[in-house]
Design a protein around this ligand. Structure first.
Ligand code: KIV
Length: 268
């Protein structure tokens, strides 16, 4: 079984093969997802909400992330392991980001680190990449900025914001990012960004035209006790096991059946 790398994902984009990704935070789920054939596992700082019960991702620490990365890494043989850089672990300076990313990779077993933000983060992305740390960007609804954004709202509906996000995507690619998550942006904007870029885009609430899709595991299993976002889908409905639900998600992504129109957003 050949491990998935950032090169594999770029080649999948070139070949038009969709990338299936889910979050996971522990050994058992990571192992189940990996065996089911998921391409990429994200240890998202969404763990602050779905594992720890916080209202946002802001309280998550690097130590929390390292702990969950280690649990996940023990269960994975094939999928690419991407770990979130938590709030306040990378914004201060590129050197600080390098230290935090180093802990996620060295102690946690992460293979790629993900950070939120566009142009203002480009210097940091370049600093990490030049020192051997692969980076995944994250644009659109960036949950660590929830208070600045005024809530978990769709981003890029107005022309000026859409243009900024599109430009930010280019800047991140130029800075050396290997992947880009697009969260809660209009389908048309995600489509344009996906065709602008050579690196794969991974959508969550960004429509069907992204190169891949990601969902929070607890949302797609329908086990998060608070309301799930409109862009998510409960794959346990109609499935007789967690494994069947995960396989049905992977198949739906690969065959372009998920996300459907109702899981996306329009510009108006
Ligand atoms: O925190 C998270 O889980 C994420 C992904 C869902 C994109 O950022």
């Amino acid at each position: 079984m050949k491990p998935v790398t950032t090169f594999t994902l770029r080649e999948m984009k070139r070949q038009g093969e969709k990338i299936a990704c889910l979050t996971a935070y522990d050994y058992s789920f990571a192992s189940l997802l990996d065996t089911a054939g998921i391409d990429m596992i994200m240890i998202g700082d969404s763990l602050g909400m779905v594992m720890q019960g916080h209202d946002s991702t802001l309280p998550v620490s690097v130590a929390d992330m390292v702990y969950h990365c280690r649990c996940v890494a023990r269960g994975v043989q094939r999928a690419l392991i991407v770990a979130d850089m938590p709030f306040m672990s990378y914004q201060r300076s590129p050197a600080h980001a390098f230290a935090s990313a180093g802990r996620l990779m060295q102690k946690g077993g992460a293979q790629v680190v993900k950070l939120e933000g566009g142009e203002p983060m480009a210097e940091t992305v370049r600093f990490l990449v030049e020192r051997g740390i692969p980076v995944c960007g994250h644009l659109g609804l960036t949950p660590q900025s929830v208070h600045q954004l005024g809530g978990y709202r769709v981003q890029g509906r107005e022309t000026t914001t859409a243009e900024r996000i599109r430009r930010d995507a280019q800047v991140l690619q130029q800075a050396g990012a290997s992947l880009l998550v697009l969260e809660a942006v209009p389908t048309e904007l995600a489509k344009a960004i996906t065709s602008d870029l050579e690196i794969p885009t991974i959508g969550i609430g960004a429509g069907k035209d992204c190169d891949g899709q990601v969902l929070v595991l607890q949302d797609m299993l329908g086990i998060y006790p608070r309301p799930s976002p409109k862009f998510s889908k409960n794959f346990m409905q109609g499935a007789n096991s967690v494994e069947a639900a995960v396989k049905s998600y992977i198949e739906a992504v690969k065959f372009g059946k998920f996300p459907a129109l109702e899981h996306g957003f329009s510009s108006s």
